[in-house]
Design a protein around this ligand. Structure first.
Ligand code: PA5
Length: 441
């Protein structure tokens, strides 16, 4: 289980900050359990690790196997909550270098998460003549970036395999009843997977949205769900000794005390996209009504040599949450009889020991510099641990949003740019807005 260490908040928060938030936490946990708070229609993720659709889960495994049999490449098309979870888990569990490894699973590339021409052309060249399949993921089925990418890759598949052959290689993950993608998938007879109505994009990694690409990468999705289920059972117990309650209360109290940025730090490079997933989860859930912690991330020790300066001595507006995994393997630093580099004081020590001291030293330095630190300690990276961490962060996010008195399950702010983009692109129905925007540009 995740070990939460709040000892390095001492001196930054009032003694009774946790007690002060007891009632708010009780209310928040109750609203999550009964799905009756703001955005309650989108809290299906709370019991998902237990109540997920077992029939669909089996179909996900079968589809993943079929993709592995048929294709050397899987292109996963999606953006935001329909993208980041799968990438986060694949990079964390299978490595950011997954595509470079010798393996009997397909290379996995992500598309439709931007509008870069260069990135698209590079991806097409990378696929080359290899056999490929596509998993298009969009809950609404109308998001521009993935829709454009899907049109391109569908056309490529149809040219390569014919319409019938393409059908055998396209997997559509979307709403069970609505949307353009749903209509297209029904019409063409693509295999379909469902984004449940009561689970929003950023909480959907443990649905087919994340699970199909993760399973195609050969990862153990049963292990992932088991870890999440364990976290669900532990964290549903009300009380101030609940680590999710403690973490949510601490971040809320730090925010009230003037800390406006939460910096997620990890010493594993494979955690980079997990941080991206986390930033979306917290940024979209809390950042509204002119409120909310700004979620940022750093990769240590690399960023200690860049952002470390700001963290130590810049504006005192942040606190850090450090995620520490136990190492999976061991590497012992060799002895050098000549000791030219003067490093023999480390000879015989493991690299993990060196990293541990770097972390301990950094935490104290940052605390001394006015940056409160929260430490989350986890066992080695594995499916079970990652499932647990996903659920932990989701649950804390729900509690935190309710403590902040916002709806943590909507995202009205992301619509503003879409409206302008549609108008500027000449989408029918947006003519007037287009005119006024063009005048301003
Ligand atoms: O969290 C969210 O709701 C968003 O990030 C969406 O996931 C993102 O905009 C993609 O939406 P869709 O899955 O409808 O294409």
């Amino acid at each position: 289980m995740i070990k939460l260490d709040l000892s390095k908040l001492e001196g930054f928060l009032p003694q009774d900050y946790l007690e002060q938030r007891r009632e708010g936490l009780e209310r928040a946990a109750d609203m999550l359990a009964h799905h009756n708070g703001p955005g309650g229609d989108f809290t299906g993720w709370v019991t998902l690790p237990r109540d997920y659709d077992k029939g669909e889960f089996a179909r996900i495994k079968a589809a993943a196997e079929k993709i592995r049999r048929q294709s050397q490449v899987l292109v996963v098309i999606g953006i935001g909550g329909s993208y980041l979870g799968a990438r986060a888990v694949i990079e964390l569990l299978a490595s950011p270098n997954y595509n470079l490894k010798q393996k009997d699973t397909p290379d996995i590339y992500f598309a439709g998460n931007g509008l870069s021409t260069d990135a698209l052309l590079e991806l097409i060249a990378l696929i080359g003549e290899r056999d490929f399949s596509v998993n298009v993921i969009s809950k609404s089925g109308t998001t521009t970036e993935p829709a454009v990418a899907f049109r391109i890759f569908r056309e490529m598949l149809e040219r390569k395999y014919g319409r019938e052959g393409a059908r055998e290689r396209i997997y559509a993950t979307t709403d069970k009843a609505r949307g353009v993608l749903k209509g297209l998938a029904d019409e063409e007879g693509y295999e379909e997977f469902v984004v449940p109505d009561d689970v929003g994009g950023r909480y959907s990694v443990l649905t087919a949205v994340g699970l199909l690409p993760i399973a195609a990468a050969g990862l153990d999705i049963d292990g992932l769900m088991a870890g999440a289920q364990r976290a669900m059972e532990t964290l549903s117990a009300p009380g101030l000794d609940n680590p999710a309650w403690q973490y949510a209360a601490a971040r809320n109290a730090l925010y009230d005390g003037g800390k406006k940025v939460e910096l997620l730090a990890c010493y594993e490079p494979s955690f980079r996209f997990f941080s991206e997933w986390w930033k979306q989860l917290y940024g979209e859930s809390e950042g509204k009504e002119h409120k909310g912690l700004f979620p940022a991330s750093v990769e240590f020790t690399a960023d200690l040599h860049s952002m470390g300066q700001y963290i130590q001595q810049g504006e005192r507006l942040m606190f850090e949450t450090v995620v520490k995994f136990a190492p999976k393997g061991e590497f012992i630093i060799p002895n050098d009889p000549a000791n030219v580099d003067g490093l023999n004081f480390l000879a015989g020590k493991s690299l993990a020991f060196v990293a541990e001291q770097a972390m301990r030293g950094t935490i104290l330095a940052h605390v001394d510099g006015g940056v409160p630190n929260i430490l989350l300690e986890l066992p080695a990276i594995g499916e079970d641990t990652v499932g647990e961490l996903i659920y932990f962060f989701e649950y804390v996010c729900g509690l935190s949003g309710y403590l902040l008195q916002v709806n943590p399950f909507d995202q009205p702010g992301v619509e503003a740019y879409k409206k302008n983009m549609f108008a500027l692109l000449g989408k029918p129905g947006y003519e007037q807005l287009r005119e006024s925007l063009e005048q301003r540009l």
